[in-house]
Write a protein that binds this ligand. Structure first.
Ligand code: SIN
Ligand code: MN
Length: 181
């Protein structure tokens, strides 16, 4: 894992591995880069995300169709994931996921320590926002009207992970569809 970088190029406290497609501060890149290994996107993550979209689209009309009016269950085709590791001090500032060229929902899976996930509004980094506790095993889908919401992790709750996991800290797996051709 490597410390991530903000779009402005500053180091992040979260350490990240990309799967499937590389992220750079200029956007996603399929081509590899010297010294950077991008493992394939595991089928298990693709199908987990597809199942999540299937279930959620049955629950809310907001995620039933994509921006072109096609059923989300058919058009959703995630092609990359970020695996973020949070040690006890790590946090992630409020940001929008806006490098994707399509509006497919983001599927986010949490493992290990509980996180305070801040879900803000779509206009500014300021309030109003909602703080949601994401515990190990929680899966969050944000799409439709919330797709461009500012979000971040102001803190995790160290020591809350189930010791059986053998994980000190938090892993977040964020599964995305980049829209790259
Ligand atoms: C992210 O926005 O990339 C990660 C959010 C999280 O760790 O829950
Ligand atoms: Mn994000």
């Amino acid at each position: 894992m490597r410390p991530g970088q903000t779009p402005g190029g500053r180091p992040m406290s979260v350490q990240t591995v990309w799967l499937g497609i590389r992220w750079t501060s200029e956007g996603y890149r399929r081509e590899s880069s010297a010294g950077v290994v991008v493992p394939q996107m595991p089928e298990a993550l693709t199908s987990l995300a597809a199942t999540a979209i299937h279930d959620v689209s049955a629950m809310t009309e907001h995620l039933r169709f994509d921006e072109h009016g096609n059923p989300m269950t058919e058009s959703f085709s995630p092609d990359m994931a970020l695996v973020n590791f949070y040690d006890h001090a790590a946090k992630m500032g409020l940001h929008q996921d806006k490098d994707e060229t399509c509006q497919a929902p983001i599927v986010s899976l949490s493992l290990g320590d509980t996180a305070v996930f801040r879900l803000g509004n779509i206009e500014t980094k300021n309030k109003p926002w909602q703080d949601i506790e994401l515990a190990s095993g929680d899966l969050l889908v944000f799409g439709g009207p919330s797709r461009m919401a500012f979000h971040g992790v102001p803190m995790t709750r160290p020591g809350t992970a189930d010791p059986a996991l053998g994980l000190s800290g938090r892993l977040n797996i964020t599964i995305r569809q980049t829209g790259l051709p």
